[in-house]
Design a protein around this ligand. Structure first.
Ligand code: PMT
Length: 408
């Protein structure tokens, strides 16, 4: 979603400048066209060459350079911008933006552009907390600017306080959200499940599966970046979930069922990418099972009695009140992909079923790519190439959006 977006990145003179070189590089890699403007003081910290190298574009530093081109360029940059980001935003630049000064390239672009403004203040904590800075930030927020609060931690002054520029992933999340706020999922509430469930055997052991959560996370991030209000319901995974959404942790199938049922009551779409255990131990031991204990059979073997877990999607299929909910399921198969996929599509009354042959290399559990076939409720079958999970997620939402159009 950053592909082709015009981002003007205003960089002010603070020690956090070095972090913004990384942000510029990540935005460029994601396909954004990043026009960097350095204030005079930012250029004291890092040379323009650093930013032109990572952005692959000219860097602007001076509104008053002798050719006069930059003076005209500020109108052009402002008009073309999809978003103006100021990071790090110093107390001085925040004050100048709040009061409409336009005495350098950055503030001139800020006055001329109609693009949304995203500010990431970073400074010494007393400066940040000063009533003047706070009043200026309030003024900017009242005018529609989005402020990313600084993080608390070690500051360049040696003190600890609120004033650190957040790391690149946090800044990227804010940028993506702001750019996506008018996206094709704006105003929609969606629920995505991710990861595997862990069904306890005793307090230290469980029955689990190999799901990393990556497929579900990619779906949740894509929906967030298209403007959706996302609830992500996560089973067990070692990967931290994405920012910018409501995250509910549900280690077991039963907990996931309760969370899904509650979340879908308000939702427009549900995408179940989680690998939910079909069985659980009927009565998990309350103490760790020891070798030679009474739990063992006479021959030293151990018997676990498994009972069926509820099928979350199948249960929802029975609820007529949820008929308006767009429902998307996955099928993880190792054999008879087509037969099993069409059976699940029908029996769970899904709008779309995403089938992956998890025995294929680069596909299914724990990989960053996936090769899926889409089974539509109208009988269409659409195989996709082996793609990064992020692109599979985008393709799935592309198919869901037209289904949502039928809903008010
Ligand atoms: O997490 P990753 O490492 O990125 O891997 C991605 C994935 C392989 C887990 C994902 O692409 C995937 O296939 N997820 C579904 C796995 C699965 O449980 O498939 P299934 O065929 O057993 O279930 C069919 C559908 O019913 C699924 O949408 C599942 O979430 C749902 N289900 C299953 C069991 C159950 N008790 N309740 C359910 O709702």
């Amino acid at each position: 979603m950053l592909q082709g977006k015009r981002i003007v990145l205003g960089v002010c003179g603070g020690i956090a400048v070095y972090k913004v070189a990384d942000l510029t590089s990540k935005l460029q890699q994601a396909g954004a066209l990043v026009d960097v403007i350095l204030t005079a003081h930012a250029a004291e910290f890092v040379r323009p060459l650093t930013f032109s190298t990572v952005s692959h574009r000219p860097v602007y530093t001076d509104l008053w350079e002798p050719t006069g081109q930059a003076a005209a360029r500020h109108i052009e940059l402002g008009a073309a911008a999809d978003l103006l980001v100021v990071a790090p935003a110093t107390a001085n630049t925040i004050a100048r933006l709040a009061h409409g000064l336009a005495d350098d390239m950055l503030t001139a672009v800020a006055l001329s552009t109609m693009a949304p403004l995203l500010l990431a203040p970073a400074m010494e904590h007393h400066m940040y907390q000063h009533p003047a800075t706070q009043a200026n930030l309030r003024l900017l927020a009242e005018r529609g600017a989005t402020i990313i609060p600084p993080e608390t931690g070690h500051l360049a002054s040696g003190e600890i306080g609120a004033g650190r520029l957040p790391e690149t992933p946090v800044l990227l999340t804010h940028i993506r959200r702001l750019l996506g706020r008018d996206g094709d999922l704006a105003g929609r509430r969606v629920v995505v499940t991710a990861g595997g469930t862990q069904e306890p055997i005793d307090p230290v052991r469980y029955i689990g599966n190999r799901s990393s959560g990556l497929m579900g996370f990619a779906l949740a991030e894509e929906a967030r970046d298209r403007g959706a209000d996302v609830t992500l319901i996560v089973g067990a995974t070692n990967t931290p979930p994405p920012d910018g959404m409501r995250v509910l942790h549900t280690p077991t199938a039963l907990a996931m069922r309760d969370a899904v049922r509650e979340a879908v009551a308000q939702a427009d779409a549900l995408v179940m990418a989680a690998a939910v255990a079909d069985y659980r131990v009927s009565e998990p031991a309350t103490q760790k099972i020891k070798k030679g204990s009474a739990a063992e059979n006479a021959d030293g073997s151990l018997t676990l009695h498994l009972v069926r877990n509820p099928d979350i999607l199948a249960e929802l299929a029975e609820e007529r009140a949820l008929d308006g909910l767009v429902r998307v399921g996955f099928a993880a198969e190792t054999t008879d992909l087509e037969r099993n996929a069409t059976k699940k599509l029908k029996s769970k009354r899904l709008n779309l079923l995403v089938a992956n042959d998890v025995s294929k290399a680069g596909s299914g559990f724990g990989t960053i790519t996936n090769e899926v076939t889409l089974y539509h409720a109208d009988g269409r079958i659409e195989p996709l190439a082996l793609l990064p999970k992020t692109e599979v997620a985008a393709a799935i939402w592309d198919r869901i959006v037209p289904l949502l159009k039928h809903k008010t």
